[in-house]
Design a protein around this ligand. Structure first.
Ligand code: SF4
Length: 410
C-alpha cells in the first residue's frame, strides 16, 4: 500500500504520492570537504535529489556545517552508535538525520535526539537492518526472517510514536532480494509512513544493479517506496544515481533525459551495432530532454516497434537510415551514422522541436527501406509478436462465454 504521510527533506517531499526521490551516498571521507563537495556536485548533476554523507567522527560534523550550506541538494547525515553526533548533525543544519534507534544508545539517548530533531524541525530516517535486529527477535529471525524484520520496523515506529514524533521515514534493509520484497510489502500494509528502499550491500555495478532493479522495481511497480538508493560497490556514486533513474524510467514513474531503445541483435546484423549503441548512449547523456531514440540492427522488420521513437537508426553494411516517428528521414553512410543522427537531433532542437524533412532524401530512404524489408522473415520481433498474439487468444478463449469450445477472434 502506498504511504499516506509525507515528510520534507530540505525542499524534497517524500511520501504520499510525491515523485520517488533518488538518493545516493558520498563515498569520500566527509571531513575531506573538497572531495565530498565535488562528489555531491557530480551526483546532483547526474540527477540525485538527495545525498547522504557518513558522519562517524567529530571532524565530519565540522565539514557538514559547510556541506549543508554549499550542497545543491538536501543532505542527510548518516549517524550510527553516537547520539551526540546525531544531535550535532541536526545543529549543523543537516536536512535529515539517519539513525538506527536500535544502536543509538538506548531509549533515553533516542529521546534526546528526537527532542532535538523536533525543536529544529529536522526529519529523521529510522530503520532496521537484517544484520542487527534486537536480541528478542533473534529466534524469530532464524525461523522467519521477514516477520522478524517487519516486527523490528513496526516496533521502531511505535517507539517513535510513543515519543510523539512522526516526522520520519522508515527503512528496512536486507541483503536478500526476496526478503526485501516480502518485508516491505508486509510493512507497507502495516504503517503509513514513507518508505526508503534499498537492497543493502547489493554488489558490483553489474550484479548490484540487477539485484536492485529486481527488488526495488518489484516494490515500486506495486506502488511501494518513496525514496530509493542503489548500493553499488563503486567509488563513483553517480553510477548509483544513473541506475536509480533507469529503474524509475523503466517503470515510467519519472522522466529524466533521453530513453534509448535498442534491439538485441541477431544473425541479420551487418554493422558494428555494439559500438554504435554505446556511442549513442554516451552522447545522449549530454541531453536533458526525454527524447526517445531507437537503434535497430537491420531493416528486415521495417521500422516496426520503433515507430513511436522520436529518432531512430537502422543499418546494413554500407548504408544506414535515419528515421523519425516511423517515417524515413534520410540515408547515410553507415560509418557516419552516429554523427548524422546527432546532427538531425540537434537540427530538431534548433528548429524548436520540429523534425525537418527533406522530401527527396526521405523518398530515397523509403526506397532503400522497401528493398531491405522482408515481410516473411521470422525475426525475433515477429516471433515475439506471434507469441503475444497466441497468448492473447488463449486468454480470450478462457474468458469467452463459450469457454472450452473453440473461440475465434472477431
Ligand atoms: S531482426 Fe530484429 S534483432 Fe535481428 S538485427 Fe534485425 S532488428 Fe535486430
Amino acid at each position: 500500500m502506498p504511504s499516506k504521510r509525507q515528510i520534507h527533506v530540505g525542499g524534497v517531499p517524500i511520501g504520499a504520492g510525491a515523485p520517488v526521490a533518488v538518493q545516493t551516498m558520498t563515498k569520500t571521507e566527509t571531513a575531506n570537504l573538497a572531495a565530498t563537495m565535488e562528489q555531491i556536485r557530480t551526483v546532483a548533476a547526474a540527477g540525485a535529489d538527495i545525498v547522504r554523507c557518513a558522519v562517524p567522527r567529530e571532524k565530519d560534523i565540522v565539514a557538514l556545517q559547510t556541506i549543508v550550506k554549499e550542497s545543491p541538494i538536501p543532505v542527510i547525515a548518516d549517524v550510527h552508535f553516537n547520539y551526540t553526533l546525531a544531535i550535532k548533525a541536526i545543529d549543523a543544519g543537516a536536512h535529515c538525520v539517519r539513525i538506527n534507534p536500535g544502536n543509538i544508545g538506548g531509549h533515553d539517548k533516542l529521546g534526546l535526539v528526537v527532542e532535538h530533531a523536533r525543536a529544529a524541525g529536522t526529519p529523521l530516517r529510522v530503520g532496521v537492518n537484517s544484520g542487527s535486529l534486537p536480541s528478542h527477535l533473534m529466534e524469530l529471525e532464524f525461523s522467519n526472517p521477514v516477520e522478524a524484520l517487519v516486527r523490528a520496523a513496526v516496533e521502531t515506529v511505535e517507539l517513535m510514536e510513543r515519543l510523539d514524533f512522526t516526522n520520519f521515514k522508515v527503512s528496512m534493509k536486507s541483503t536478500s532480494v526476496p526478503n526485501t520484497i516480502a518485508s516491505n510489502r508486509e510493512l507497507a500494509g502495516r504503517i503509513d509512513y514513507p518508505l526508503h528502499l534499498g537492497v543493502t550491500e547489493a554488489g558490483t555495478k553489474w550484479s548490484g544493479s540487477l539485484k536492485s532493479a529486481v527488488g526495488l522495481g518489484t516494490l515500486l511497480a506495486d506502488g511501494i517506496g518513496d525514496t530509493i538508493r542503489i548500493s553499488l560497490s563503486t567509488f563513483h556514486a553517480e553510477e548509483e544515481v544513473k541506475v536509480a533513474w533507469e529503474i524509475l524510467k523503466a517503470l515510467k514513474l519519472r522522466e529524466r533525459g533521453p530513453v534509448l531503445i535498442a534491439c538485441p541483435t541477431c544473425g541479420r546484423l551487418q554493422f558494428d551495432m555494439d559500438s554504435v549503441v554505446a556511442e549513442v548512449e554516451r552522447r545522449l547523456a549530454e541531453y536533458d530532454d526525454p527524447i526517445e531514440v531507437s537503434v535497430l540492427g537491420c531493416a528486415v522488420n521495417g521500422i516496426g516497434e520503433a515507430r513511436h521513437a522520436d529518432f531512430g537508426i537502422t543499418g546494413a553494411k554500407d548504408r544506414a537510415m535515419i528515421y523519425s516517428k516511423g517515417e524515413p528521414l534520410k540515408l547515410v553512410a553507415t560509418e557516419n551514422l552516429v554523427d548524422e543522427l546527432f546532427a538531425e537531433i540537434d537540427r530538431y532542437y534548433t528548429a524548436g522541436k520540429r523534425v525537418l524533412r527533406d522530401e527527396a532524401s526521405a523518398a530515397a530512404a523509403r526506397v532503400w527501406l522497401a528493398q531491405n524489408e522482408d515481410p516473411d522473415a521470422m525475426t525475433p520481433e515477429r516471433i515475439a509478436a506471434l507469441e503475444a498474439e497466441a497468448a492473447r487468444a488463449t486468454v480470450d478463449e478462457a474468458e469467452s462465454p463459450v469457454a472450452g469450445r473453440r473461440f475465434t477472434r472477431a
